[in-house]
Unconditional design. Structure first.
Length: 404
């Protein structure tokens, strides 16, 4: 069901442009490369930071990520705050370190509108009229909108009321604001310019997340122009009601001329967390598509052995985009033996979908795992041939150079 959302975090204030830059982010996808030089590793971080610096006085920045420790991003947010931009952060509670605490102290944690805050230190005016767009850094206790301490605020999106060209910016993908998101992970970050409806819909969900309260119906689907956006999860949506399963169930493996590969629909999947009973259920559906004639190739990082076996037996071409560069399983990231790996969560398709010719991508924050059904997540359908070409090109690069 597609619904219409209403913005509830306050209207944007007007005012003269302050000391903002003229930077406007390039629309479409970007990827970092943890095997590249400093600039290549930090492509996504630089895009976020430069966009923060471009938001004019009176604007608003809203960022929701799973984890955050980048001081350069925090410094940019403080610069924005000093030029009277409202800055709002929503974080998960799993990795609240020194940088997150710095922003909590600087911005405060209260999400209610108030007469003045750090970014709007008013000295004069009627105290009974609170500033309508407060600044804050909110840490959710588990999933913000699903009310469970066994789940997470796992969404990763970035909202800017205006950049250098004066138009709103929305970014989404797998990119957290962590040092290892640049130096260990491959991550995607998709940018949309000038889509006010998308900015408003994301802002409405953000407002709900900032309340950190259980929502009766946490799964919300909206249509923002040509983009179809799915927010949240639904713990009740199991089996054939699973939203990812329903997406896969609409795939037709016969492709019309100009789509797919010689009459066959082509599917590329790059998935970090493909595990658990839900992961196995979705793997069986992908395997069935392969047996039905779809041409499926998969890059995984944290896939379970049963998932890998099901896909392999059905003829799916599968490789692991998680590399143990020093051949020492004791020296990898966290509890893994990997020095670098893909953290992406997307699927591309060229062929038939929902009974129609289709070229495009689904990307966002959702892993194909059990816990994702209880998380705050976002997935966006990007129905453009240009996006398909870009994501498939990235897939080929990782497949040929950075997988085994």
């Amino acid at each position: 069901m597609v619904v219409v959302l209403a913005v509830v975090l306050g209207a944007l204030s007007s005012g003269p442009v302050g000391a903002a830059t003229s930077f406007t982010p390039r629309p479409g996808p970007t990827w970092n490369n943890p095997q590249g030089d400093y600039a290549a590793r930090n492509v996504n971080m630089a895009k976020v930071r430069n966009t923060i610096d471009s938001v004019p006085r009176g604007g608003v920045i809203r960022i929701a990520v799973y984890s955050y420790n980048r001081r350069d991003i925090g410094d940019a947010l403080i610069r924005a705050c000093k030029r009277r931009v409202s800055v709002q952060l929503v974080l998960n509670d799993n990795a609240i370190g020194a940088e997150a605490h710095r922003m909590m102290r600087y911005l405060g944690q209260k999400t209610q509108p108030r007469w003045k805050d750090r970014c709007h230190p008013r000295k004069y005016g009627p105290r009974r009229q609170p500033y309508p767009v407060p600044s804050f850094s909110k840490v959710c206790q588990g999933a913000c909108r699903l009310g469970s301490d066994r789940s997470n605020q796992h969404s990763k999106f970035y909202l800017f009321s205006a950049s250098g060209n004066g138009k709103p910016v929305v970014m989404f993908g797998s990119n957290n604001l962590m040092s290892f998101a640049a130096h260990v992970h491959w991550n995607d970050l998709y940018t949309v310019l000038g889509n006010q409806r998308m900015f408003d819909d994301f802002s409405t969900i953000f407002a709900q997340m900032a309340q950190d309260q259980w929502r009766k119906d946490p799964y919300v689907a909206v249509q923002d122009g040509k983009y179809a956006v799915e927010f949240g999860s639904d713990p009740r949506a199991t089996g054939s009601k699973d939203h990812v399963y329903q997406r896969l169930d609409q795939v037709g493996c016969r492709a019309p001329a100009g789509y797919g590969d010689r009459g066959h629909t082509t599917i590329r999947i790059m998935m970090y967390g493909w595990v658990g009973e839900r992961g196995l259920f979705l793997a069986r559906k992908v395997a069935a598509l392969s047996r039905s004639g779809c041409r499926v190739r998969v890059l995984v990082s944290g896939a379970g052995r049963r998932v890998h076996a099901v896909l392999h037996r059905s003829g799916v071409a599968i490789r692991r985009s998680a590399l143990d560069l020093d051949d020492d399983p004791l020296t990898g990231f966290d509890e893994t033996g990997w020095e670098v790996f893909s953290h992406e969560k997307w699927m591309s398709l060229s062929g038939t979908w929902a009974g129609e010719p289709f070229k495009g991508v689904w990307t966002g924050s959702e892993n194909w795992s059990d816990v994702s059904r209880y998380n705050d997540e976002v997935t966006v359908q990007v129905p453009f041939a240009s996006a398909l070409a870009a994501y498939n090109s990235h897939f080929e690069t990782v497949w040929t150079r950075y997988s085994a």
